[in-house]
Write a protein that binds this ligand. Structure first.
Ligand code: UDP
Length: 328
């Protein structure tokens, strides 16, 4: 198959592109490099079945050409990370909603199998743990800009499901829960790469709030495996929404301790108030645990990596980066 991966130079996109090539698919990446990085795909550019375009999704001509050549589109391009989202809400909303609209428009013209990436953020302040796909959603007010991310991704989901219902387009929506692994940058606030870098440098680990908020971290290789399976099963999974995530829950305080143990670091842990960590408009989620039974029933998927596996891989990657002369 020939797959168009939007956001393919990003963290999940670059891992997915490599996995697709490894199994014999050809891949075209479209990325505007806003948060994607060339070094993520550098090792792919010489592969004969790989091509790469730097452009925005709103360049209709480019998107049309790439879609016309594709059997399937995996739409990962989006505003990334809570930090950026709170600081640049207008760009977040426009990138997510207009970008997905453009992708679905192109997909409809060429009848492409389409995966739309969404996020566990859409569960918002839900308290019924674990979160399952048909739960009611409880979001914060529009005066708090964090929620613009959830709402924009939710609109993406509606657009994708509507394209399936109205036009029979084989669209599947995936909600990612804290996907982590090598290559992810801490620049946009993501806690695992941030803690690992802080620990390796001997800097204090910055736990925000009281640190009793919890998350489930999923290895990017598990996430990619789920995407590959879903891609191959349009008949069973089109028109559906699936959670993709680990169910191994850990508080951010415990995560900090585990990172310190894993790295053998002498770093200390400090608690930083949210008001110092984020721009105004931030509001955190206390717990976030996915119910993955629907995904398991559809494709037999379960995560195979523990948090310790994740930390091993992230530490090795970050150590490798720090050892390179170009490291800053
Ligand atoms: N966090 C933290 N210190 C950091 C970065 C993040 O304590 O340096 C916290 C953040 O407030 C949240 C959790 O770690 O409670 C996960 O943050 P991340 O941005 O990785 O993902 P989120 O679940 O918020 O999308």
């Amino acid at each position: 198959m020939h797959i168009l991966v939007t956001g393919g130079a990003g963290f999940i996109g670059s891992h997915l592109s490599r996995a697709l090539l490894d199994r014999g698919d050809s891949v075209a990446v479209l990325d505007n490099m806003s948060t994607g990085r060339f070094e993520n795909i550098e090792s792919l550019v010489d592969r004969p079945d790989f091509s790469f375009a730097i452009d925005d999704l709103n360049n209709a001509l480019v998107l049309d050409r790439l879609a016309s050549q594709a059997d399937a589109i995996v739409h990962l391009a989006a505003a990334v990370g809570v930090k950026l989202v709170v600081e640049q809400p207008t760009e977040t909303i426009e990138t997510n909603v207009l970008g997905t609209h453009a992708v679905l428009d192109a997909a409809r013209r060429y009848r492409c199998r389409t995966l739309i990436a969404s996020t566990s953020e859409v569960y918002g302040k839900g308290v019924r743990i674990p979160f399952s796909e048909d739960d009611d959603l409880l979001l914060g007010p529009s005066s708090r800009s964090r929620w613009s991310y959830a709402v924009s991704k939710l609109l993406d989901e509606f657009l994708g499901l509507a394209a399936h219902r109205e036009f029979g387009l084989p669209v599947t929506v995936t909600r990612f829960f804290n996907t982590v692994g090598p290559v992810q940058t801490g620049r946009y606030g993501m806690v695992v790469p941030r803690f690992v870098r802080q620990a390796l440098r001997g800097d204090p680990l910055t736990v925000y709030g009281d640190g009793e908020q919890s998350r489930c971290f999923c290895h990017v290789q598990d996430t990619v495996r789920a995407l590959l399976c879903l891609l191959d099963r349009p008949d069973e999974t089109a028109g559906q929404v699936y959670n993709i995530g680990s169910t191994e829950e850990i508080s951010i305080n415990q995560l900090a301790e585990q990172v310190i143990r894993r790295t053998g670091s002498e770093s200390v842990v400090i608690h930083v108030p949210y008001s110092e960590a984020y721009a105004p408009g931030f509001e955190d989620m206390r717990r976030r645990v996915p119910d993955t039974r629907k995904l398991h029933a559809a494709i037999g998927w379960r995560p195979t990596h523990t948090l310790d596996d994740i930390l091993r891989d992230v530490v090795a990657y970050e150590q490798g980066r720090m050892d390179r002369p170009s490291y800053a």
